[in-house]
Design a protein around this ligand. Structure first.
Ligand code: UDP
Length: 366
């Protein structure tokens, strides 16, 4: 055996595992079917600006050790995510906080005023919320639900909010202070120089083969390493023998604009049905880049079809059961470690992916 570990996929899970193995002088080979490293956190330089090619990524975590871990490879800036929501000709601050409430209701000045409106509106739901619509109304009332949640969520999932599980919306904080910070976590920022640099530095010195698809020669790849770390889709590994898992995909439209500042914020959410995209990202604002031009990306949620990229898991009962059945099969695969968003079929934040890879290395190390 030429290698201790063959790592399939150069995203955050694979890079973290590889970094740990490298530190212990293990022989590691990373392969990736794409022509670049860093998976979906990959950033590419356009007009001197780091463009998040597979969707905007903002690093945030409550784990001090994970924050220190990523900062040991590259310096992070102090970017704080504070998206703007646009519906028709109106602009609101996100997440739901006193800035939002005072603009929604013109007699709101204090937290007490906001609470009065919210508790009046949420009376509509007098039972435990059964779906996303009921959950949203019982959180912030119907006015905000209809302006800032309904359209965005229905575009993102291509389903009526009444048919979506309540848990999706629990991610969104509600605050009775004038604070537009989207995340509650202690640490937040963007790697200075881009995520590609972060991953590059993590795996410096590790052998990498790009444009290499594990499934083009599974037999060969299985023969060259003592253990395999597989971070691709779990159903594909088993040749879809139990059926295909469902995903939501995204389509990105990126434009270079001959303007210094297009929208004044990195993230603008379009929360109504009058446009098909959910967000417009202006990449330069993630790193406060000075340049005469700017690069923006429209994000369109789409139904996944074969050949597209897989982005969001659809964690309904049907898909969760299928994923659990694949996980059972995975347990029988000797010397193969399944990890990350695609292999675990999990809606993962970046810090949790890294944490899970660090833990997995400890469990499986030779
Ligand atoms: N959401 C919303 N309005 C917004 C932003 C988010 O209703 O302007 C809801 C929506 O249901 C979405 C969920 O919050 O599915 C999570 O969105 P977020 O942008 O945090 O998720 P990401 O795509 O960044 O993982």
């Amino acid at each position: 055996m030429k290698y201790d570990y063959l790592i399939v996929g150069a995203g955050l899970y694979g890079a973290t595992f590889a970094e740990q193995a490298k530190k212990e002088r293990k022989k590691v080979l990373i392969i990736d079917k794409r022509n670049h490293i860093a998976g979906n956190v990959y950033t590419e330089v356009i007009e001197g600006i780091n463009v998040h090619r597979y969707g905007a990524h903002i690093f945030h975590t409550d784990y001090k050790d994970i924050w220190e871990y990523v900062n040991s490879f590259v310096e992070f800036n102090r970017y704080t995510n504070s998206p703007i929501a646009r519906i028709g000709d109106e602009i609101y601050n996100m997440p739901f906080n006193m800035n939002t409430f005072s603009k929604i209701w013109d007699d709101v000045f204090t937290p007490e005023d906001a609470l009065r409106h919210i508790s009046e509106e949420k009376k509509e739901i007098d039972h435990e919320p059964n779906n996303l619509e009921e959950q949203a109304i019982s959180l912030v009332g119907r006015t905000i639900y209809e302006k800032l949640i309904k359209g965005y969520t229905e575009k993102q999932w291509n389903r009526d909010c009444k048919d979506l599980p309540a848990f999706i919306i629990k991610r969104l904080p509600v605050r009775l202070i004038y604070d537009n910070n989207y995340f509650n976590d202690k640490y937040q920022g963007i790697p200075i120089g881009g995520y590609t640099k972060l991953v590059e530095n993590m795996i410096a010195g590790v052998e990498i083969k790009l444009n290499a698809n594990f499934f083009d020669d599974t037999k060969y790849y299985k023969s060259i390493a003592k253990k395999i770390v597989y971070t691709g889709p779990i159903d594909e590994y088993f040749q879809y023998s139990l059926g295909a898992l469902e995903w939501r995909s995204l389509r990105f439209e990126t434009k270079i604009i001959d303007k210094e500042n297009y929208q004044g914020n990195a993230v603008v959410n379009y929360t109504g049905h009058e446009v098909d995209y959910t967000r417009v990202i202006e990449h330069k604002h993630f790193e406060n880049k000075q340049s005469n031009k700017t690069v923006i990306t429209y994000e369109y949620p789409t139904n996944y079809k074969k050949g597209m990229e897989k982005y969001y898991t659809i964690n309904d009962d049907k898909n969760n059961q299928l994923a659990a059945a694949y996980r059972k099969l995975a347990l029988q695969e000797k010397n193969v470690i399944f990890g990350g968003r695609l292999a675990e079929y999990k809606y993962y934040d970046m810090d949790d992916v890294i944490k899970s890879a660090l833990e997995s290395y400890k469990i499986h190390k030779m």
